[in-house]
Design a protein around this ligand. Structure first.
Ligand SMILES: Cc1cc2nc3c(=O)[nH]c(=O)nc-3n(C[C@H](O)[C@H](O)[C@H](O)COP(=O)(O)OP(=O)(O)OC[C@H]3O[C@@H](n4cnc5c(N)ncnc54)[C@H](O)[C@@H]3O)c2cc1C
Length: 147
């Protein structure tokens, strides 16, 4: 695939330099141009798509990068979304030192895509470990939850 065979992987900042051409700037200042035989695969990761939740753009929120790279545990953390990643991150930050972690979920249970008993068991476990979960939150209007 590469014009310079046997020189991959390369390290540097890549940019598209034309149809099937990728230019890589290395830290030494020497640029290398690769030519793909058929296509260039862009696998540079993704950014979180924020849902239309009123007020969300006016506050400082963590996205997927922040939640996995923050250096200090916030004292209180609220996680919107009780799916697998929301629950995983809630548990992680509680373990890392956050005193109070609240998970808000629009459906009536956590992990709503799984069998109902999974969410029920998880909620029991989270409650025991003093994480809070709020269920049945309609958009920005969290319904009464429980500890
Ligand atoms: C909290 C959390 C939990 C997750 N848990 C799971 C899980 O349990 N199982 C699972 O399958 N997935 C999980 N995921 C999703 C998974 O992490 C991502 O789907 C995966 O990392 C995406 O891989 P990627 O290679 O597309 O992007 P990335 O891992 O982001 O890699 C992209 C790379 O491209 C580099 N790059 C960007 N621009 C350039 C450029 N111009 N030139 C050169 N290099 C560049 C970046 O430096 C980076 O190293 C989780 C995600 C999150 C946020």
């Amino acid at each position: 695939m590469a014009r310079e065979r046997g020189r991959r992987p390369d390290q540097g900042h890549a940019r598209i330099a034309g149809n099937r051409f990728v230019e890589v700037d290395s830290s030494t200042g020497v640029a290398t141009v690769y030519e793909a035989a058929k296509a260039v695969v862009v696998a540079t990761g993704t950014r979180a798509a924020f849902p239309m939740i009123p007020g969300l753009t006016e506050i400082d929120v963590w996205d997927n990068r922040d939640v996995t790279s923050a250096k200090h545990a916030p004292r209180r953390l609220l996680v919107i979304g009780g799916g697998v990643i929301g629950v995983e991150m809630a548990q992680a930050w509680r373990q890392l030192g956050s005193e109070q972690v609240t998970v808000v979920e629009v459906f009536d249970r956590l992990l709503a895509r799984e069998e109902p008993f999974v969410g029920a068991e998880l909620e029991r476990s989270l409650t025991r470990s003093r994480r809070r979960s709020r269920r049945g939150a309609g958009g920005n209007r969290p319904a009464a939850g429980h500890r």
